[in-house]
Design a protein around this ligand. Sequence first.
Ligand SMILES: [Zn+2]
Ligand SMILES: [Zn+2]
Length: 325
Amino acid sequence: MGMKIKIWGARGSLPSPLSPMTVEQRIREVLERFAAQGGQRQILESFISSLPREQLGGFGGNTSCVEVSTSRQRLIIDAGSGIRHLGYELLSGPLGQGTGEIDLLFTHFHWDHLIGLPFFVPLFIPGNQIRAHAVQDELKEIFPTIFRKPFFPVPFDKIGSKVSTHSLEPRKPVLFGDLEVTPYQLDHPDPCWGFRIRHGGKTFSYCVDTEATRVSRKELGEDLPLYQDVDLMIFDSQYTLSEVVEKVDWGHAAAPIGLDLAKREGVKKLVFVHHDPAATDAKIADGARQTARYERAQSRQKPNETEPPHEVEWLFGYEGMEFHL
Ligand SMILES: [Zn+2]
Ligand SMILES: [Zn+2]
């Protein structure tokens, strides 16, 4: 089946599910559009599929969590609030019986990447083996710190499963079954490591959270391979370009920055996530339209280049999205 990548949380910083008023308003707008088209039942399905994402399901409110799996292996990157639903799904397999094992990779330990951990049910089933991996030494302190009163009622030594921590070497490939993982450093106020994951000749690159302050090949130096020979790249787009200028050192990028990088390095497909919790779905969709305008303007500015620019297929990611490489 090759390598499957699924986004279980696409929101940054904090889970930000819809308010009831927003949902009500959205449904009202949708029904108004439906009525305007005549309201026949037969056309409902085609009508619904014609609606833009911001008027139907939206981008999702759960924070960062991505599952990478093959027919033999499964990795989870980050334990944002999205990991809660993934945990429920895993209960139908060995992790629900207390005979399962799973590898969790952490980019860094900001709350939005940890907040789902206490709600990941396989952790509480005796017999399960949970292996946590990160480049940073702080990994050892994470579980005993979170699973401790007054933050959580169950102390670490009573959570049920057996949790072990393992350190990853910077820029050194390590095999998890048939998945080869190499950590590269991103640009974030606290050290954060992206992952380049290879399987069957295909490469997935996870670049969240990053401000992408280093952009040129020279600046990126030994971290450049994170962006090279990549089939699918997931990239931080918390802000718009103008917000990035206002929020220097906040640790997040904008879609056009990732797009430029991806075009230069020949990335095939690019997905933007870590959407600002303050952004409505309409604003995120507007960010996608701004990025399309940016792309058109850039291609008009370079008419004299002899080589045609590399085309990158890009989109704004949402919770539940899946890719197969
Ligand atoms: Zn984050
Ligand atoms: Zn962060």
